[in-house]
Design a protein around this ligand. Structure first.
Ligand code: SAH
Ligand code: SF4
Ligand code: F3S
Length: 471
């Protein structure tokens, strides 16, 4: 973790801060960028109270799990993982006789007290609306040995006043909305993240300006549906106003996630061709290519509308890299429905597609729909889809062969430490040999121009243009 702190005052309850002296902590994060960002805030709070971040559970006196329940697999794993904590020995020299374990995030919000009942080694449960209460709850457990749970039904305000310890110094996630009002029938998110709330435009811009002034290179705006930003605010600022205002801060790269096709406006689409900082990449989840299934999912657009959006995007910005999410096996999906999805994916040719097998989430409307389709049939559809997804991912990357792309360096390749790993404007992973005379650490967070000579399905590689290192 880097130790860059947000310059805002901390408005969390840190009154019992001495409890954190000499304490080490680690945070294990699952799920989406929202959770990753919440984890950065947890780290920021605990560090500002004197606790020290460590990477491994073995070295930590205090472990926080930030959890996701969007699909069943992640959900079941969490219970097992917390239960197995009792087998991990305490770190030598710990001032406490027991490791404190906390569960937050979306499973915390959904299960609350149930988690404490099921997991005897668990000490603290908190939810998605009360991150700021975590220090208070942990301090109580540390000092009194008590078990504490606090879940709020909703947040009173946008939680902007918590310190943040960002994962990378050169990139920042900036939440502009929290919650979701869309209630797609398969999705648990609106139940665990609450109703959509927009953050005041002035706050967003002020935070973005601080980042730009501090040399941050890339800002990613976050929200479950960034396109509906501002509907709940006085004067109804629009998402496009956020984009324009952030561009004016001078930030180098601007991205956002996630967009809902029903709310993506022509104005936003046009910005892909005209706004200096807006990167030519867009994640636009389609979920299905069948109008019948889209309706059953309550997505409120058709495949025709989606295709029209893609055509407009490509007209505004011919090089744009599109990515999407697809769910296979929504209850009642027929072979014909699947074929519609397959054809749409084949026709559009995405840079990247995140494919998911439908997972039943209790409490959502779709959970009530019975589906006799055997798992093997759904798995087979999924496999066929993955094949066509990979074919297009490979093809789309071939376009960059022979081109020079500007790469924001993130670190080194996991497979070979002599190679740098970074991102192109289109958000492709790029590898290249670290030039002699430069070391991996010193180029992190800087730009290099790379001439591409190899294009694979999931990455590009090439060689660094001499003398191209820049801020
Ligand atoms: N707000 C974003 C992301 C939501 S969760 C959006 O609207 O796109 C990320 C992805 O998980 C979704 O896009 C969807 O493809 C997938 N997902 C959500 N619920 C699911 C479920 N019950 N089963 C399988 N995949 C699911
Ligand atoms: Fe879930 Fe739909 Fe909201 Fe995305 S838009 S978080 S899929 S309910
Ligand atoms: Fe998962 Fe919660 Fe995000 S359920 S996808 S971590 S909003």
């Amino acid at each position: 973790m880097s130790t860059f702190h947000c310059a805002q005052s901390a408005s969390f309850d840190g009154s019992t801060s001495s409890a954190f002296n000499n304490i080490t902590f680690c945070v294990k994060t699952f799920g989406c960028q929202m959770n990753k960002h919440d984890s950065e805030r947890v780290c920021g709070m605990l560090e500002s109270l004197g606790a020290q971040w460590v990477e491994e559970i073995e070295d930590a006196d205090l472990v926080v799990f930030m959890t996701c329940c969007v699909r069943e697999a992640a959900d079941t794993r969490l219970y097992g993982q917390v239960a197995s904590m009792k087998n991990i020995p305490l770190r030598p020299g710990t001032p406490h006789s027991k490791r404190i374990v906390a569960v937050g995030g979306c499973i915390g919000q959904r299960d609350g007290q149930k988690l404490l009942d099921a997991l005897p080694h668990l000490d603290v449960v908190f939810g998605t609306h009360n991150l700021g209460s975590l220090p208070k709850l942990l301090a109580k457990s540390l000092e009194e040995g008590s078990r504490n749970v606090e879940i709020l039904e909703s947040s009173e305000q946008f939680p902007t006043e918590l310190p943040t310890d960002r994962e990378h110094e050169w990139a920042a996630w900036l939440p502009i909305t929290i919650g979701c009002n869309n209630f797609c029938t398969y999705c648990i998110v609106p139940y665990v993240r609450g109703r959509e709330k927009s953050r005041p435009l002035e706050d967003i811009v002020a935070e973005a300006q601080r980042y730009a002034d501090a040399g941050v290179k890339e800002i990613t705006l976050l929200g479950q549906n960034v396109n509906s930003y501002g509907r709940d605010l006085y004067g109804h600022p629009r998402f496009v106003d956020v984009l324009d205002a952030i561009d004016a801060t001078g930030i180098k790269r601007l991205r956002f996630a996630t967009s809902h096709p029903k709310d993506l406006t022509d104005e936003v689409i046009r910005r892909f061709g005209t706004l200096r900082s807006l990167m030519p990449a867009l994640h636009l989840p389609v979920q299905s290519g069948s109008n019948r299934i889209l309706e059953a999912m309550n997505r409120r657009y058709t495949r025709e509308h989606y295709k029209e959006l893609v055509a407009k995007l490509r007209e505004a910005c011919p090089e744009i890299a599109l990515s999407t999410d697809v769910i296979v096996g929504f209850p009642g999906e027929t072979e014909g429905d699947f074929q519609d999805t397959y054809d749409l994916i084949d026709e559009i040719g995405f840079h990247q597609v995140f494919t998911f097998i439908y997972s039943k989430r209790e409490g959502t409307p779709a959970a009530k729909i019975d589906d006799p389709t055997p798992h093997e049939v759904i798995q087979n559809r999924f496999d066929r889809l993955v094949d066509v997804v990979q074919k297009h991912a490979w093809e789309r990357n071939q376009v960059d062969l022979g081109k020079t792309v500007e790469v924001l360096v993130e670190g080194t390749s996991k497979r070979d430490a002599r190679l740098l790993a970074g991102r192109s404007p289109k958000n492709q992973t790029v590898h290249a040999l670290i030039p002699a005379g430069l070391d991996a650490k010193s180029i992190q967070g800087k730009f290099l121009n790379v001439s591409i000579d190899e294009a694979k399905t999931w990455y590009l590689s090439g060689s660094v243009i001499e003398g191209s290192l820049h801020d």
